[in-house]
Design a protein around this ligand. Structure first.
Ligand SMILES: Cc1ncc(COP(=O)(O)O)c(C=O)c1O
Ligand SMILES: N[C@@H](CCCC[NH3+])C(=O)O
Length: 442
């Protein structure tokens, strides 16, 4: 599968270009490490989700909205791209909410998530008229009910349902099996109890149900199972109460390719199959269609981003089983990409500032932190002459890179730079030494 964003090219003298910009010029202007986001690619993927899902549900005379899961990558300018493309925005904290608003999102186009929202986050959501608050627990139902009553408003609510479907690339990113912190269980009846409680409250408007089964999912079957269970829950609740919930949100989780050997989710195929399953559920229940929504994050931002590093030290190390591995240390590491150490994620890498005719050798790209697990790319073939000063690019880092970055070892978090049509601009600025000293209280 291709792992580079749509506008990536090799220029005549062998360097990488992205969004019409030469990576050497980007490195010179913004320093390294730097996250580079291909705006055209990001927008095309957002539009792809929008159009495929609209067409798939349109065949049944139904609608599907797409909300960008902004936890993957967010700045106010990025929120603007998302809104331009006609998507809503899904936020998971008060901070993401403020960035979405700053980017111009009307409250009604925002969905607020979180398994442990603070009173302040809920009050702010009510104040700005967030379109959907996804309630995750019975505790939250009580809290939101009281806050809405005090504010004299009716809070729009979706209930987050744990459907029991097992999916997702790693245990830590699967979210709909029973023994984890998210949602209200379908199997134990907790979801139905929550629906009854919300439906009974004059301060809460029950819009519908939400589920998110996990992330980096390659199985369309898992999405179909979960959609089927959600439609059955909607039908059961309608049978009990006579109330047909108007909305069903099926979450995100669409997998992307991180290496040339790995697969990505076929979004068009997924949209068609999911729409068919929902249609069967609606037919079986004999009622009207709900408004469907989905919330992809990684599938939009991930492939649009790459990280550029400068190579420092290289070393050849003997392997216990025989042979050698070339270690290539770059000027970033686990502080700008937590995914390898957290989930054992696989990436690839390429020299970005030139082409090399030296033979490729087994290599490992590592960072500059004081941990042996500080690995960016576990196994990759890189030319044997890679050396200090070369630029190295790691593709598919647009999602869950900068947003999970840390200042470990007091390193400065890199900038996020958007590129499009030969122009670049900072979306999130690099930390500075002055920031670091400023955070320190004397
Ligand atoms: C509630 C919710 N929606 C959407 C997403 C986006 O997931 P992904 O980036 O895998 O599409 C997540 C993160 O997994 C999530 O927790
Ligand atoms: N942060 C995770 C995905 C979790 C998504 C949020 N629920 C990743 O990098 O793959």
């Amino acid at each position: 599968m291709p792992v580079w964003s749509a506008t990536v090219v090799r220029t005549d003298d062998g360097a990488l270009g992205v969004g019409g910009c030469d990576v050497r010029a980007l490195a010179a202007e913004y320093g390294t490490p730097v996250y580079v986001v291909d705006e055209a690619d990001f927008r095309a993927r957002a539009a792809g989700f929008r159009d495929h899902f609209a067409a798939a549900f349109g065949r049944h005379g139904a609608h599907c909205d797409v909300f960008y899961a902004s936890k993957a990558l967010l700045s106010s300018q990025i929120a603007g791209w998302v809104l331009d493309e006609g998507l809503g925005i899904d936020v998971a904290s008060g901070g993401e909410l403020e960035l979405a608003l700053r980017g111009g999102a009307p409250g009604a186009r925002i969905t607020l998530h979180g398994n442990n929202k603070s009173d302040a986050e809920l009050i702010r959501a009510l104040e700005v008229g967030v379109g959907r608050i996804v309630v995750d627990s019975m505790t939250e139902i009580g809290v939101l009910d009281a806050l809405a009553a005090a504010a004299g408003v009716v809070a729009p609510v979706l209930i987050r349902v744990t459907t029991g479907v097992h999916a997702g690339g790693h245990e830590y990113i699967a979210t709909s099996h029973e023994d984890q912190k998210f949602g209200l269980s379908l199997a134990t009846g907790a979801a139905l109890d929550a629906l009854r409680a919300v439906h009974a409250s004059p301060h809460l408007e029950l819009l519908g149900i939400h589920t998110h089964i996990g992330s980096q999912i390659l199985s369309i079957g898992a999405f179909k199972d979960s959609a089927e269970r959600m439609l059955r829950l909607r039908a059961d609740f309608a049978a009990e109460t006579g109330f047909e919930m108007p909305e069903v949100d099926l979450g995100g989780g669409y997998a992307i390719a991180y290496t040339p050997e790995s697969e990505s989710m076929d979004v068009e195929k997924a949209s068609l199959e999911i729409a068919d399953v929902v249609a069967q559920g609606v037919d079986a229940a004999g009622g009207g269609w709900p408004h469907i929504s989905i919330e992809p994050g990684r599938g939009i931002a991930g492939p649009a981003g790459m990280t550029l590093y400068t190579v420092g030290v290289t070393k050849n190390v003997s392997l216990e089983e025989g042979g050698q591995r070339q270690y290539v240390a770059v000027d970033g590491g686990m502080s700008d990409n937590m995914r390898t150490i957290t989930y054992g994620a696989e990436y690839t890498a390429a020299i970005a500032s030139r082409v090399s005719s030296a033979p490729p050798v087994l290599s490992r790209v590592v960072g500059k932190h004081c941990e042996s697990g500080d690995i960016l790319v576990r196994d990759v073939q890189l030319p044997s002459d890679i050396a200090r000063g070369d630029l190295l690019a790691v593709p598919a880092t647009g999602a869950y890179g900068r947003v999970m970055a840390s200042n470990y070892n007091s390193v400065l978090r890199p900038a996020v730079v958007g590129v499009r049509d030969g122009k670049s601009r900072v979306l999130i600025r690099r930390d500075t030494l002055a920031d670091l000293l400023d955070w320190d209280v004397l």
